[in-house]
Design a protein around this ligand. Structure first.
Ligand SMILES: [Zn+2]
Length: 263
């Protein structure tokens, strides 16, 4: 605890005060989405410009066609890997924005619920380890999407080559693979943004001496039954359920509403 919010609350008409939850909007994930889209887009361009022109299906082959196709695949791989290797440097912009947004929202929720202004207590500095960890985790997931896509492209191309698949058909298959990778990257971007926001929830609440929260279920169509059952119940930050605090399970959209005891 860095400051005791409960002690700072003046008038106490109630013993228990629940503050509003902090809901990350999908737009917060945009910088992460666009970094991933940039890598996949570059692979897309390399497929169109390097790979497909080098592809001749059997039996219309020349003796060096395997070499030139292999070389083209390596070219695509190099482009994808080069961008993926440097992605973490570009993701700090995303994490910094999420942290700033979250800090302002937390200050707003505390002000609205208690009348206390905590702006002087909060800086981006305490959140540095959280934002840096988020950048590393998101980078490794995005790199993984790029690696999987590159491996899928290899499999597609060699299968097509062996079977004599026409170039047009191979092009169609590769577009579908690109689409799947884009969808995966977008879901990762949303999920990582939610996770960072929920880790910041925990950090900011515990800094304020808030030990408990009320579980607020998400409005998602496919929300977990166990999570819906937790709605409105109280949990402690130091005693998480087996699958974690709200927003920590994969694609969980639940939130933690801070609970202040004003005894
Ligand atoms: Zn949930």
């Amino acid at each position: 605890m860095r400051y005791d919010l409960a002690k700072m609350v003046g008038a106490r008409p109630r013993k228990r005060l629940v503050l509003r939850p902090i809901e990350p909007p999908p737009a917060l994930a945009a910088p992460l989405e666009s970094e991933a889209a940039g890598i996949i887009g570059a692979i897309h361009t390399a497929i169109a410009e390097i790979l497909l022109p080098a592809y001749e299906p059997r039996p219309a082959v020349t003796s060096d066609s395997v070499d030139s196709l292999g070389g083209a695949l390596e070219g695509v791989r190099e482009i994808g890997q080069r961008l993926a290797a440097t992605v973490s440097g570009r993701l700090s912009r995303w994490a910094v924005r999420v942290e700033e947004w979250h800090r302002m929202r937390f200050i707003g929720a505390v002000k609205a619920g208690t009348g206390v202004d905590i702006v002087a207590f909060l800086t981006s500095q305490e959140a540095l380890d959280q934002t840096q960890a988020a950048v590393r985790w998101a980078s490794s997931l995005i790199t993984n999407v790029a690696e999987d896509l590159l491996q899928t492209i290899d499999n597609r191309v060699w299968t097509a080559y062996a079977g004599g698949t026409p170039r047009r058909e191979l092009g169609k298959q590769l577009s579908e693979d690109l689409g799947i990778a884009r969808g995966r990257a977008n879901r990762i971007a949303i999920d990582q943004t939610t996770k960072l926001a929920s880790n910041l929830d925990q950090m900011r609440q515990q800094e304020a001496g808030i030990a408990k929260y009320e579980w607020r279920k998400s409005g998602k169509k496919h929300a977990r039954k166990e999570h819906v059952a937790r709605n409105g119940k109280e949990f402690r930050w130091d005693d998480p359920p087996a699958d974690g605090h709200p927003g920590q399970a994969i694609f969980c959209g639940c939130r933690a509403m801070p609970v202040l005891d004003l005894d």
